[in-house]
Design a protein around this ligand. Structure first.
Ligand code: FAD
Length: 287
């Protein structure tokens, strides 16, 4: 099933993102965690793709497994920055062969010391267009309510987002954000710019406070002061931090659905306990 049809349906959509195992060493443990998340029967699950291509085999395999074993629809992420046309064609052939119908088309992070002249793909819109020309896939893309860190202005970022949508992107999933007003303002700006595809709100339950400040700095995500206080208050008590992180994410999700957002994507980080808690907290809301 195409994810766009899931998002467009009347029911609120709650989906989870998982990371495939990076190597064979911890494959079984991560596979099991992912299966526990799939057993919750979210609206769909997305499976990330290593920027260097290291996990590309696992992305397709995990996506197929989730769909076949649990009947949960999947989105396979695909990044292009370290790739070329023949590799992308191979990936698309493989995804098509295995029955994956949905792709999140990404550029990936710029490799250090890159020479732009050597890159086949510079922007996700080029990959999007290629997938659209290949045919048969529902295509999603990434967007950034606080602007992509490489963009000088948010207007410029939204202009390029429009190009990505015009190239064939049918839905957008946001970078994490911790203040819903940032998303609401972003949605108004998209509307004014004529970006009319559905936007799936990306929510990160913060369980591990040591990495969150670094991740936010790199991704350009701001932490509201009231959330910083929560992290400071509970960061040396892992169980309390987990409860607080799940409660904060739940509050964001309830507010989003109440204010007309139809689809929420939870960065569940291969944590079935976190995915289960979120699912239980809003079970009646998404029924
Ligand atoms: P783009 O859409 O190409 O945008 C990147 C920057 O280029 C932006 O600043 C944009 O404004 C600018 N730009 C776009 N077009 C043009 C143009 N024509 N001229 C000039 N500038 C332009 N990374 C992974 O490696 N694997 C994953 O699985 C993965 N999953 C992700 C899922 C989500 C929901 C999100 C939000 C991000 C994910 N990422 C993933 C990270 C992503 O690859 C990085 O954020 C990357 O830096 C940008 O990718 P993009 O697809 O948004 O790029």
């Amino acid at each position: 099933m195409k994810v766009i049809d899931i998002i467009d349906s009347e029911k609120p959509s709650l989906s989870f993102e998982v990371f495939p195992p990076k190597n064979n060493e911890n494959f079984d443990k991560i596979k099991q965690a992912i299966e526990e998340i799939a057993a919750l029967h979210p609206s769909y699950m997305s499976v990330t793709y290593g920027a260097g291509g290291g996990t590309s085999d696992n992305t397709a395999q995990i996506a197929v497994n989730i769909r076949e074993q649990f009947g949960v629809e999947t989105v396979a992420h695909l990044s292009c920055i370290s790739s070329n046309r023949s590799k992308i064609k191979e990936e698309l052939d493989r995804l098509q062969r295995t029955g994956v119908e949905n792709i999140l088309a990404l550029r990936g992070d710029m490799p250090e010391g890159f020479n732009p002249d050597e890159l086949t793909y510079r922007h996700a819109s080029e990959l999007t267009e290629e997938i659209r020309n290949y045919g048969g896939f529902c295509i999603g893309g990434a967007c950034y309510p606080e602007g992509h860190p490489e963009s000088k202005t948010s207007a410029e970022d939204i202009m390029h987002l429009k190009e990505k949508v015009d190239a064939g992107c049918q839905f957008l999933t946001t970078q994490m954000f911790f203040d819903n007003n940032i998303l609401y303002n972003f949605l108004y700006r998209l509307q004014s710019a004529g970006v009319n595809v559905p936007v799936v709100a990306g929510i990160m339950p913060v369980i591990n406070p040591s990495s969150i400040k670094r991740i936010c700095r790199i991704s350009g995500t701001s932490l509201p002061q009231r959330f910083v206080r929560i992290v400071e208050r509970y960061s040396d008590n892992p169980e309390a931090m987990k409860q607080a992180g799940i409660a904060y994410a739940t509050e964001q999700i309830v507010d989003l659905f109440a204010n007309g957002v139809k689809a929420v994507h939870v960065y569940s980080m291969d944590r079935p306990d976190v995915a289960t808690a979120i699912m239980n907290n809003i079970s009646e809301i998404i029924r």
